[in-house]
Design a protein around this ligand. Sequence first.
Ligand SMILES: Nc1ncnc2c1ncn2[C@@H]1O[C@H](COP(=O)(O)OP(=O)(O)OP(=O)(O)O)[C@@H](O)[C@H]1O
Length: 693
Amino acid sequence: MLLRHRTTLQHLLVANPIIMASKHFLPTLKPSFNNKFDKINVFCNIPINSNVKKIGSLSIKPSSGSGSDSLSFSTHASIPRPVSDVYLEKPDDQLVDSPNLKLLKLKLEEIGIACGSCKPGQTYGLLCPMCKGGDSGEKKLSLFIAEDGNEAAWSCFRAKCGWKGITRGAADAKSSYKMMSKVTRVKKVKGLIERDLNLEPLCPDLVEYFSERMISEETLRRNSVMQRRYGNQIVIAFTYRRKGDLISCKYRDLAKKFWQESDTEKILYGLDDIEGASDVIIVEGEMDKLAMEEAGFRNCVSVPDGAPPCVSAKGVPSQEEDVKYQYLWNCKEYLEKASRIILATDGDEPGKALAEELARRLGRERCWRVTWPTKNEEENFKDANEVLMFMGPAVLREVIESAELYPIKGLFNFRDYFGEIDAYYHQKFLAELGVSTGWKAMDDLYNVVPGELTIVTGVPNSGKSEWIDALLVNLNESVGWKFALCSMENRVREHARKLLEKRMKKPFFDVRYGKSVERMTVEDLEVGKKWLSDTFHLIRCENDCLPSINWVLNLAKAAVLRHGVNGLVIDPYNELDHQRPPNQTETEYVSQMLTSIKRFAQHHSCHVWFVAHPKQLQQWTGKPPNLYDISGSAHFINKCDNGIVVHRNRDPEEGAMDQVQICVRKVRNKVSGTIGDAILRYDRVTGQYMDVK
Ligand SMILES: Nc1ncnc2c1ncn2[C@@H]1O[C@H](COP(=O)(O)OP(=O)(O)OP(=O)(O)O)[C@@H](O)[C@H]1O
């Protein structure tokens, strides 16, 4: 006797539509089917012998008793439960009392399946012992007991669980079960039979619907767009094909709800159109694929599952784990031949996330992206079909033709910087040309550029610190710059005195060096103190240990962000903590340290003056030292933007004793200066440096 309404598990899964919304991956929407008989035709008429001999042939289907509203079951909830003719002819007790059935039930109970009053030959919706039906406790475990009561098969239809298995009542038989979701996430079917899907040519109303979206009948025909009836409702059927064979089918009703044949292989829509193509366009939906054809591009495919809400924070998983993008792997051979892939996904955030996920997998270097034209002052058109509808095929063509290279992190073109280059040309960043030091003698040689590193050296007592202080005072007076000071050799009050003398142009005291000039008044001191606190921020290690360069840079960063400082002085290098790993040479250490300083300077547009002493000069002739004489490493001169040697005359016979030589020995940026010497005069009373008249 034949069971007319029995289905195999496979057929059941094929017939269970997985419903999808247009935008994100697989949300659980429910289509509005209402004719049960129509649906039965989808998966019935498969004669199966009622005498189930092999475990493998045991059949199962979701039960109407599940009473659930979830996607797998809802579609068929209204279908009359398939009931065996054999079973109907037999009185209940003949089956219930069989010893094998008792044994079988015992085994099921042991596994956790509460099958108490279940009868052979029927399918039941029970609570899955594995997932407990999720948060809502849905009864999604479908259990089927064979007519002879010897065998049972079950499957949990919750997508997150998928537990399934089979067992027999015989005493020696072992149960076999597995978590479907962990073992095989994508169940492949051998192929859909078009006839079984009851697809029909599009009716005039649907053709009209497409024509309103500027999709012609010719394009619909070429892409085999069909329709399918669900009772009195007709839905669009997008057929997914490979080499002409039907692989999957996606449905769309007029309310824009999507669902598709489940357990079909995931492939790109329009796959045959990109066979052998070197240029491939990828869009986010079937309508966009059809729209591209209207604009003259057949070499276009659509992703089957829409876009993710955002880019995954994790890296690209392995092929097996990459469930959401399985369609790319399944179409690998079609895509790997393409040298140019234009990602024409939607312009919204999920669309951009999809483009990024595709680019990550396909290789950014061969990806391009499009910019959808503006719709009005606030928004852009969102996809190909919208552009086709409102702007026409020529504009859509133009959008594709003007696609730009997909950005690769770290790889740029000058084009990306045109705004900045224009501003530089029009001198919008005045300081970029360098701020004058305040000494005419130096204007052609050295100007201070934000974000650069200046190394200052000179023999002990040459006046390096004095000259830098004087420079800071000048820069503050001329352009209002503020500074972070990490001056380890200076006591705070002494440093304050030196700065105040330069600023107030008066000596702090009226002793020895300042006897000849009136000292600054208490009022001057008050004004000066305010200026000090407005202009300088001190980086100081308050305990006895030496500060490390990273410690200094972190505080300098805080000073930039909190107080907007424009310059940092680190004076001197040898007062920093220079502990380095045992496997690192001093040269490597200095190189790394200077890289950190430069990165800080550039990132924060903060000029850094770094004071470094020369190594002990064996036979010093009184001449200025060389930048290569800096103790530690030649990297000081190699890595700095500017190198300055401060030198003063100590021989009365050689010239005036108050003369100071500022030797500019390196200038990387010709816009800000050049190599050469400037002579300044040092006023010992006020600590000021002045041009020589
Ligand atoms: N041209 C000059 N004539 C006379 N005295 C000067 C001159 N330049 C600097 N000085 C004095 O030399 C002393 C040391 O100056 P400063 O601390 O700036 O030198 P330095 O090069 O930074 O020294 P060090 O290498 O020891 O740190 C100060 O007292 C300063 O007043």
